[in-house]
Design a protein around this ligand. Structure first.
Ligand code: HEC
Ligand code: HEC
Length: 307
C-alpha cells in the first residue's frame, strides 16, 4: 500500500516537474506549490543536480567565504527530511529563519528574501513539499570555518541584518508591477546574488540589484538596474523576458554559471506574464551606476573565495 502511494506520489511529482508553464493562480495547492518552488529556486539548491540526486533530497556544495554549505533534504522523510514538520514550522523557517528546535539558520538559505512570501503561498509550498516522495538520503554536514561553524552566531547576524517583513503591494502601482516586485523581492531572490554584500554577508540594500564583483563562487554578478552605462538600461522588456525564458542575452550569448541554473530550473518554467512582470519591475528601479565588469565579458574572473 505504502509503495503504491509512493509510486503515485512519484508520478505526480514527475508530472509536476515536467509540466509546462502553469498559470500561478490555477490548479490545486500541490500544482501551485510546484510553480512556486520554480519561482523560488528551491529545486536548484535542495537537489544535487550535478550528481543526478533525487529532487529536494539535499543539494550539492554551495561554496562561500565562510565555508561550504549543503542544503538539507526537504522531502517528507521522517529522519533525513522534514517529515516531522508542521506547516507552521515551514513558515517559521522561511519567514523567520528559525528551525523547529529554535536554532537559527545560516543566511545562505535566503530567508532574508523569503520573509516576504505570503501566507497562501507558504500553504501551497507546504502542500507541494508534503506531496514529494520521501527520500531516505542522509544530510551532508556543512564544512565551515571557525567561528561560523557555531550555529548560534546566526542569532547575532540576524540582530544586525535581518528584519522579518511581509510583502506589501504598492497601491499606486499596477497589478503587473506588484506581481513583478513580489517575484523579484520575495520569491525570486534575485538580490541574493545581484545585490552586493558587506564583509559579514549582509545585503547592502542601498545598492539593491546593482551587481557585485564578489558574487557566489567568487564570480562577478552583473548590475541589473536600468543604468544605461553599467546596468541593463538599454534592454527592452522583451530582452529581459527573453533572457529569463531562454538564457540568451540580446547579443545572443548564453548566460553562464549560477544564472543558467536560475533560468533552467526557475524562470524558464514561469508563465510569460510572470517573466514580463519581472521585467517591468526591474525597469522601474532607480538606475544605479556600478561598474562591476570593466570588460563586461570577463568570464575568466575567478576571484578566489572572497565575495
Ligand atoms: C541558495 C540556496 C537555497 C535556496 C534557493 C533555498 N534554500 Fe532552503 N536551505 C538552504 C540551506 C543551505 C539550508 C540550511 C541552512 C542551515 O543549515 O542553517 C536550507 C534550509 C532549508 C529548510 C530547513 C530544513 C531543516 O531541516 O532544517 C527548509 C524547510 C528549506 N530550506 C526550504 C526551502 C524552500 C521551500 C525554498 C524555496 C522557496 C528554499 N529552501 C530555497 C539553501 C537554499
Ligand atoms: C544564484 C545567483 C543568481 C540569482 C538568484 C539570480 N541571478 Fe541573474 N545572474 C547571475 C549571474 C552570475 C549572472 C551573469 C551570468 C553570466 O556571466 O553569463 C546573471 C545575469 C543576469 C542577467 C543578465 C545581465 C547582463 O548584463 O548580462 C539578468 C537580466 C539577470 N541575471 C536577472 C536576474 C533576475 C531577474 C533574477 C531573479 C528572478 C536573477 N537574475 C537571479 C546570478 C544570479
Amino acid at each position: 500500500m505504502a509503495r503504491v502511494r509512493n509510486l503515485a506520489r512519484a508520478l505526480a511529482l514527475s508530472a509536476a516537474l515536467t509540466a509546462g508553464p502553469l498559470a500561478a493562480q490555477e490548479g490545486d495547492p500541490v500544482a501551485r506549490g510546484g510553480y512556486l518552488v520554480r519561482a523560488g529556486g528551491c529545486l536548484a539548491c535542495h537537489s544535487d543536480l550535478e550528481s543526478d540526486g533525487p529532487p529536494f533530497a539535499g543539494g550539492g556544495p554551495i561554496e562561500t567565504p565562510f565555508g561550504i554549505f549543503h542544503a538539507p533534504n526537504i522531502t517528507p522523510d521522517p529522519i533525513h527530511g522534514i517529515g516531522g514538520w508542521s506547516e507552521g514550522d515551514l513558515a517559521a523557517a522561511l519567514t523567520q529563519g528559525t528551525a523547529p528546535d529554535g536554532g537559527h539558520y545560516y543566511p545562505v538559505f535566503p530567508y532574508t528574501t523569503y520573509t516576504r512570501i505570503t501566507d497562501p503561498d507558504i500553504a501551497d509550498l507546504w502542500a507541494y513539499l508534503q506531496s514529494l516522495p520521501s527520500v531516505a538520503r542522509p544530510r551532508r554536514a556543512h564544512v565551515l570555518k571557525f567561528p561560523f561553524s557555531i550555529r548560534s552566531i546566526n542569532l547575532a547576524w540576524k540582530v544586525m541584518f535581518f528584519e522579518p517583513q511581509r510583502f506589501a503591494p504598492d497601491p499606486e502601482r499596477t497589478a503587473q508591477w506588484n506581481r513583478g516586485a513580489y517575484l523579484v523581492e520575495a520569491l525570486g531572490h534575485c538580490g541574493e546574488c545581484h545585490t552586493p554584500r558587506n564583509p559579514l554577508g549582509g545585503l547592502s540594500r542601498d545598492m539593491a540589484q546593482a551587481g557585485t564583483r564578489f558574487g557566489p563562487d567568487g564570480k562577478s554578478v552583473p548590475n541589473i538596474t536600468p543604468d544605461s552605462e553599467t546596468g541593463i538600461g538599454d534592454w527592452s522588456l522583451g530582452d529581459i523576458a527573453w533572457l529569463l525564458k531562454t538564457g540568451f542575452t540580446p547579443e545572443g550569448d548564453d548566460v553562464q554559471g549560477r544564472m543558467s541554473e536560475v533560468v533552467e530550473h526557475g524562470t524558464s518554467h514561469l508563465t510569460g506574464e510572470d517573466r514580463t512582470a519581472i521585467a517591468v519591475y526591474l525597469k522601474s528601479l532607480s538606475p544605479i551606476y556600478n561598474p562591476v565588469r570593466p570588460n563586461d565579458d570577463d568570464d575568466s574572473d575567478t576571484g578566489g573565495d572572497d565575495w
